[in-house]
Design a protein around this ligand. Structure first.
Ligand SMILES: Nc1ncnc2c1ncn2[C@@H]1O[C@H](COP(=O)(O)OP(=O)(O)OP(=O)(O)O)[C@@H](O)[C@H]1O
Length: 372
């Protein structure tokens, strides 16, 4: 990758004895849409605030285009932040809010006027200059906050859960629009969310955080298809996770049977966890299944039935099926070798990446290389 626009080298943050960020390394490439995704309290906002300069790192280096910026004050960094609560100035109208940063810098009036109009067009609020903030809906206020941050021509826009206050439909629309704005401007966006669907839909690249660490980073497809551990598999999408043993490369046993699969690089008879996504499983006739299960429950989800079942080893299975099942019935569970994903216990991200590179089929390797 070209020189990253932002880099963390062993960046840690602690308050007294409480470590909230443990030696984080990350690289952000210019012009892409990045997401920090993780549960509440996992350190996402802390990472964002360290980039913005609102917080000081306890140790480690933060670089911007290769230069150390730990001691550069927030207002001198070429980044702007859109906050969850918008943080607009309620006593100023829309024009004054968007113009604020430029006015402080003493930019000429006609330049400010043109820029405000351009930014309001960009967020689909053209002509709203004279409106008061109190006259705007939550969604419109959010747009003003984005226009205000972008009016300063940042190289990096930081967005801290900016959509969390919006209702479902508006949130979906804004996800799409933010993505369009990022593509149009071509600047770097770093977006914080705890919503995995939002992260998968919007990002070029995701950093998954947990307990003050980045546990995995990659494209949405990589992270969904190849979660590194139980936490990621569970947090990103629905997963069936069952204990297994890797007999040899491309042969795993779980639920009392052996299955061909496409993973390798483990020790013979190594204990592993096996992930199968509910949408990759099919319910078939008992004799056609790779495993036999008994149907326990089902619920209708609009475009599919979510069915729960158990096998004879008492492993629980969730299946997304287009047709309803009969509770108590014995059915076959069918899946392909490539639907089986193997996770080693306690594998580092470095070892995981190296192993995947060696054992993934060549087609996936090529896709991965294109994304980088
Ligand atoms: N000033 C502080 N003093 C002590 N602990 C703090 C302070 N600020 C944050 N923390 C702790 O740091 C941890 C990480 O917080 P952070 O806000 O980065 O998490 P987050 O992933 O953004 O969570 P959320 O989604 O809830 O905003 C939390 O456990 C939080 O309680």
């Amino acid at each position: 990758m070209a020189q990253p626009i932002i880099e963390f080298k062993h960046v840690a943050k602690q308050y007294d004895d409480t470590v909230v960020l443990k030696s984080v390394d990350l690289e952000i490439e210019a012009g892409k849409f990045y997401t920090l995704l993780g549960p509440s309290g996992s350190g996402k906002t802390t990472i964002l605030r360290l980039i913005a300069g609102f917080l000081e790192a306890s140790s480690g280096d933060i670089l911007f285009e290769g230069e150390r910026i730990n001691d550069v004050p927030a207002e001198k960094r070429r980044v702007n932040t859109v906050f969850q609560n918008y943080a607009l100035f309620p006593n100023m109208n829309v024009f004054e809010n968007v113009a604020f940063g430029m006015s402080i810098k003493g930019k000429p009036k006609n330049e400010i006027k043109a820029k405000v109009a351009e930014m309001l067009e960009l967020v689909k609020l053209g002509g709203y200059e004279d409106r008061e903030i109190s006259e705007l809906s939550g969604g419109q206020q959010q747009r003003v906050a984005i226009a205000r941050a972008l009016a300063n021509d940042p190289e990096v826009l930081l967005l801290d859960e900016p959509l969390s206050a919006l209702d479902y439909k508006l949130r979906k629309d804004m996800q799409y629009e933010l993505r369009e704005i990022q593509k149009r401007l071509g600047i770097t966006f770093i977006f914080v969310t705890h919503d995995q669907e939002e992260a998968l839909a919007m990002s070029d690249w995701i950093f998954v955080t947990n307990e003050g660490e980045i546990v995995q980073n990659g494209t949405p497809v990589d992270i969904y298809d190849e979660p590194i551990n139980h936490f990621v598999a569970d947090f990103i999408g629905e997963s069936n996770i069952v204990p297994g043993v890797m007999r040899e490369d491309y042969l795993v046993s779980f639920a009392g049977k052996e299955f061909e699969n496409v993973d390798g690089g483990m020790r013979p008879n190594e204990q592993v966890e096996v992930v199968l996504r509910p949408e990759d499983l099919d319910l078939v006739a008992e004799e056609d299944g790779k495993l036999v299960v008994t149907i326990d429950d089902q619920s209708f989800r609009g475009d599919y039935y979510e069915i729960t079942a158990h096998d004879d080893d008492q492993n629980e299975w969730q299946v997304q099926a287009t047709n309803p099942a009969v509770i108590g019935e014995r059915r076959g569970l069918y899946f392909d070798p490539e639907d089986i994903h193997i996770m080693r216990l306690n594998e580092s991200e470095e070892d995981f990446d190296a192993r995947l590179e060696q054992y993934d089929d060549s087609e996936e390797d090529e896709e991965g290389a294109d994304e980088q």
